[in-house]
Ligand binder design. Sequence first.
Ligand code: ACO
Length: 198
Amino acid sequence: MANFKFDIRSIFTQPVVKISSNMLPHTFRGDRRMSLDISSKVSEIIDHLGELSAVAQKLTKPVTSAQKLRSSENQTVYLMADVNEYDSNVVIGLLKIGTKNLYLFDSIGQTRKVDKVPCILDFYIHDSRQRTGIGKKLFDIMLSEESWIPVKCAVDRPSEKLLNFLKKYYGLENIIPQANKFVLYKGFFDEDGAANRD
Ligand code: ACO
């Protein structure tokens, strides 16, 4: 379990918080001294969960770190904690998203430059809690907050687990082959037809 030496309840005033480049939860209200304290704790949490995610995906280095997030204006990390557990410091999930300008192949293999593509960049639920529906909860909160729909998202190097997840919950199955590391699904481009039914 992702435990920390400090009390995470100062950060998790609700089970899911959004963090952007200022390293503060979107719910944060406080003075400069408090903001320094909270941002340093948030950095620790993000670094730790980012490392766990990299281990789970067998990556040589984390996709998510506090340092990377600080220098990315258009990325957001959603963190989820189990705030119901009495007297414990348990963070159980991380989902990093952002927008990117990408060159993509459409369904007939033509190159398109698409600006501000909604991207799923990193996703991790603690090993001890996987396959209990927490990932779905976190993903749905993100979709609602961002007003995104799954078929319009590009997924950065998805693992088998994430491919299964997207198929199971959002019916995403038919991949449009790309030359880059992103996975796109049929329906991403408006003329794919499926997209118009959303
Ligand atoms: N094997 C196959 N499918 C899996 C597995 C697994 N070990 N774990 C989750 N899934 C998929 C399945 O579709 C599963 O449904 P099923 O149990 O009926 O087969 C479904 O996800 C379960 O849904 P949730 O419980 O809501 O998902 P979970 O809380 O486990 O979160 C996640 C999904 C984030 C992929 C999690 O399993 C995880 O952290 N895995 C390790 C790290 C990882 O692979 N992250 C994605 C990297 S790629 C990227 O981030 C862009």
